[in-house]
Each structure stands twice: as structure tokens, then as C-alpha cells.
Design a protein around this ligand. Sequence first.
Ligand code: GDP
Ligand code: MG
Length: 747
Amino acid sequence: MAIKIALAGNPNSGKTTLFNVLTGSNQFVGNWPGVTVEKKEGRLKGYKDVTIIDLPGIYSLSPYSLEEIISRNYLLEEKPDVILNIIDGTNLERNLFLTTQLLDMGIPVVAAVNMIDVVEKAGDVINLEEMTKALGCKVLAVSALKGRGVREAAETAVRASVQAAGNIPCVFSAPVERALDKITALLGDRVPQTQGRFCALKVFERDAKFAEKISLPGAEALIQEAENARGDDAETIITEERYHYITGILPKLLKKKPRGTLSPSDKIDRVVTNRFAALPIFAVVIFLVYFISVTTVGTWVTDWTNDGLFGEGWHLTGGGAFVEAMEAFEAGGLAEEPAPEDFGLWAPGIPVVVGGWLEAAGTADWLNGLILDGIIAGVGAVLGFVPQMLVLFIFLAALEACGYMARIAFILDRIFRRFGLSGRSFIPMLISTGCGIPGVMASRTIENEHDRRMTVMTATFMPCGAKLPIIALISGAVLGGTWWVAPSAYFLGVFSVILSGIILKKTKIFAGDPSPFVMELPAYHLPTVTNILRSMGERVWSFIRKAGTVILVSAVIIWFLSSFGFTGDGFGMVEDLNQGLLAALGGAVAWIFTPLGFGTWDATVATITGLVAKENVVGTMGVLYGYAETAEDGAEFWDAFAANFTVISAYAFLAFNLLCAPCFAAIGAIKREMNNAKWTWFALAYQTAYAYVAALVIYQLGTFFSGGGFGAGTVFGFAAVALLAYLLVRKPAGKTKPAETSRRAAV
Ligand code: GDP
Ligand code: MG
């Protein structure tokens, strides 16, 4: 018999961690019926027909958020056989609030007190027997992270699924219980018998979503009777009595070790979320992450892939001797340039090896070109940046896992609430740093329609993983690996999200109070190596997969269009790429980018192919600048590329490509989330216009202030700044009032 286990618990209680442990890799992700919120299902490892469903994280079963509605509809309609309730043991009081509600559902409940490792480390003791008694359901201690007790919890749930739900604890006062009994009787067989109590509670609370389905006119008098007896409104009575019950049993359940008032996490937060220090710390952290991954450590490794693997090759031994000989040669002490093969063990790079094969096979010129200058050049140029991406993703995964990312949303919320921006909009922004698609999708949880649309429009300003090669290329090739380039790409993204947010909020279409934002800051903890590696592995793997598919096909097309054209003898391969079809196509629209400093056909083509996938910007440049052919080492491709740009035009090129309309996949996500063609086009037009203005300002003002003279472009540059400044400070069209940020979850 198939068994369904529903995992329910507060956000951050460890559900996903537990889910991953229990299901291993047997999981399928889909959407909840009717709503586009992610649904995760998986098979319990070791069992044929036990399915586990990871419900959205919720604080209660009231109808106040999409997550809550989804969870309770699932529990009521799909009737899982058992609920495995994950309780964050470090936060019993808040977590038990949900538990008391789950117990009312008429479904067997097994409670797993998670984070037991943290509880024990703090020296606290949770009395599981007392808890079993107080709740009337099985209670176990687990640590999802360490894998402790996890198996037992699942097995207990499987066993509980065939038993009847336990006895419901007496949570409510006599007047309320009386009313509930009578309402249950009134409901009769209009609801399944096991759900009688839960439905009666919802009727009692005057739950609007519930009233849509079942109206029970006779109940109102009963509710009012209880309200009069308790002197409050029905919903408040229920909430208060639940809390009253929990605070009553808590001393028996939890023996806290006496300690100072501040936990280590609170102490860290005192500094990290400090009113004055928070932003500088945020800036330093991000600076270090990008500086280290793109500029220092990343570059060392990337040199190895760019010069070695996808270049001429590299020394396994004797590299030092070769460098010395090279230096001697350059200083004029050697007559002949030393050949790297003569110094120790030499491993040839992929282009050299493949070039050798092709030569031996005597393939046609065009085929050699296609393979070496098209495929290897384009795909290799992109894959060469994998090491930098690895390092960056390790950092980002660590920051997220340790709990710092959550703080950033909190800090930004506190500052920008005044301007009508909510921390809810910053979370998609943080997610977009990995990939814009989940970033855009994360906007789903924002209920305020204006804020949600605005967030969808701005989330992709952040530099996602695919934009990293562009950043690294510009930083390495044109700007000589200058320290500020890579971090500035991140800050440009954050700045654009905030600036756009403020500007858009002042328009009539987006006006309104900022969405409420309540978040529980998870306690800091050391991330585990496996978790970080898993998250990094997923991202890097999807990048490599893309290089083998989309980027590869694009490289072939770019190679074909650029190497063929109409010459004196008709259509055929051209000597000079400037005579190719692509040069003609790109050249026809390149003027659009002239005011931005990069109105060349190749930069134009690269930008346009970036719409297919942002990696293509680098892949295209790889093909056009003969990455494989000239690449004695990657540096030649870099030099050839750099010759087309000045420092300022390169940065403008970077800015435009980071900010303009995202790749097709992300555009697809925007379209799904907007669910409206007009809004989708509006979003794309806004992004591209914003990118254009930003790149214009960078190029024109940069040129002017570096002594490049004054021209018509300069006037437009300054006009754009003035326009942005006006949009930024003008009076809002609608009213927005600042609201307080709350750090605790509202229940
Ligand atoms: P969800 O929001 O309920 O899905 O929670 P997650 O599974 O994402 O977990 C939230 C955080 O708590 C993650 O950083 C986990 O690594 C961490 N975590 C989960 N379970 C445990 C545990 O048993 N012990 C410790 N120390 N951390 C845990
Ligand atoms: Mg989760």
C-alpha cells in the first residue's frame, strides 16, 4: 500500500535538509496544482512505495500567505497518511504553535525535534517523554544535518501512518471547546469525519478562505457566545490559547542551561547588523568574495585552463626552467626563443591535440576551421572560466549556508523601507546572484502585486554565474586584472536594483506601501562541506552542460556566419572576418552602440548572442578573435580582444551586457511570472533602456572626466544623469509610508 508522508514545519527548521537525506536522489520537482510554487516529492530511500512531500515552510495554517494556503489545502485534500512535523529544537515555542495546529488535522503526526546537535551543544535538554505526553503524538530527536535519528523518524512515521491519529491535547478553554463541539455537530457529514475538528476551528476563527467553501449560518451565535465569555475576538482567542498552552507545557519540555542573555549568534548580529557597520561590512564581504574568486585565486587557476587546457598546453614538470629560459631570452641572453616542449614533461592543450588529429586525417580546411575556430574556440573560451566560477560559487554557497545572506535582506530592508522598498524584494536579488531564473521565480512569495512585478523586472540586474565570464574577460583582458572591476559588477547590480526600485516606486503604476517583511534570522552556523559542494556542483554542472549544448550550437552558427560571405567569386569562405556575413549584419545595427563606446560589429554581435545565453558574449568573442588559433596562450585572444576597447568603453560594454534584457531562459521566467505579454515587454524594454542609459553615462562621463573632450555625446550623458536624479528625488505619484521592520515572525 502506498504511503504518503507530508513534511511540515517552520521555514528554516531543516525540512529540505531532512528531505534530501531521506530521499537521496529520488526526488521530483514540480508545481503545486494551480499555483506555480515549487513542489518537491521524493521516494523514501529503502522503501518502494513511500512518498515524501516537502510542504512549503509555514508558521501556521491560517490563510495569510500562499505557502500556508498551499500547505493546508494539501493536508485537507490530498489527505497524506501521516505528517512528519519538523520542529526546530532551538526554537520550541514558535515551532510548537504550528504543531498544535497540525494535531487538529485528524492525521497521525510524528514530531521530529531537529537541530538536536545545536540544542545539546548549548547544554539545553529537551524532555521527549514529557513532550510525547503533552502533545499526544510520537516525538523523536533528530539532527538532519548530521543524519542522527533520521532513519528512526521516517520509520516511526511509516508505522504511525497505519494507526489512528493520537489523542488531541486539551489546548483550549472550556467555552471554546464547547463552541467547537457544537460547530462540529452542525457540520455533521458536510466534511469528512476526521477533519471535523479542524473545520470547526476554521469556522470558529471566521477563516475567510474556508467560508468560501462552507457556510454555516448557525455557527455565528456560538462564536459570539464564546467571544463574550472570553472577551476577545474569535481568532485572537484561538491564537492566545494556543500560546498559553505552549507556555504552560514548555517548562516541562525544555531545561535551559543558564547562560548570558546573548547567544553567540546574537553577538555576531550585534556587529553585523549594526546600524552603522552593517553596510560597510556587507560591502567588504562582497568585495572579498569577488576579488578573491575573479581576481586572485580564480585567475591563477583560470590561467591554467586558458593557457593550458584550452591553449597550447602546459608543463607537468620543468615549468620553472622554461620561465627562466624565457626571461633570459627576453633579456637578450639567448639567441633562439626556447620551445616549451624542451623543458620537462609537456602536456599539449586540447586545440593542439585536436589540430594534430585533423592534420593527420587530412580534413578539409572548412572542417578544421569549424572545429578549431568555431567549436573549440567558442566553447573553450567559456569553459576556461569554470575555475573562477567554482571559487565564486563556493563562497556564495558558504555565505548562504552560514546564514549571512539572510542578514543582507534584513539590512537592506531596514535601510530602504524608507524609500518604499521591502526586504522581500531583496531576496530574489540575492538568489539571482547564482542564476536569474530562480531569482525571478522567488518573487512569487511577494503578495503585493506591484512589488512583485517590480521585483521580477529588476532581479536580473544582478551578475549571475553566466555573466561571470564576461566580468572576468573584461577585468582580465582590458583592465589588467584591476582589483575593483569584479566586485564593482556586483555593486552595479545592487545599485541598479535599488535605484530602479526607488524610481519605479515613485510612478503611479508601482506606488503603494512596501510589502510587509518579517523574517526570522536563522542562527549562524558553520556550513557543511557536503552541502557547499552539492550546491556548487549543481551550478557548475549546469554551466558545463550549457557549454556543451547552447553555447556549442551558437559557436557553430557564429563561426559559419562570420567565416562565410560574398566575395569577388560569389559566396564562400572569406579571408577576413570583416567581409563575412556576420560583419555585415552586425555592422548594420552597430551604430546603436556608438554612443556607448562599443559600436563595432563584433561587440554588437556578442551582445545580441548574449540574449541566447550570457556565456555567448565570451564564446562569440572567442570565435571572432580566433581563440584556439592564436592562443599560444589565452593571452593572445585577450590582447586581440582588448585592442578593440579602451578601459572606459570596455566597462560600458560590461555594464550594458550585465544590465540589459537577460538570456532567453530568464526572459521565459519573467514571462511566466508576469503572465501577461504587455508586462513582459515592459520589463524587457525597461531593463534594456536602463542598461543603455547606464552604459551611456559610464562611457560619456568617463570619457569627459578622463580628458576626452566635450561633444554631443557628453551633453546626452549629463542629460541622462540629470534625468535619473530628477526621477530619483521627485515627489512620489502615490503615497508610501515607512513602516517598521519586524525581526520576529508574525504568527
Ligand atoms: P527549511 O527551510 O526548513 O527547508 O530548512 P533547510 O533544510 O534549508 O535548513 C535550514 C538551515 O539549517 C540549513 O543551513 C541547514 O544546514 C541547517 N540545518 C538543518 N538541520 C540541521 C541540524 O540538524 N543541525 C544543524 N546544526 N543545522 C541544521
Ligand atoms: Mg526548504
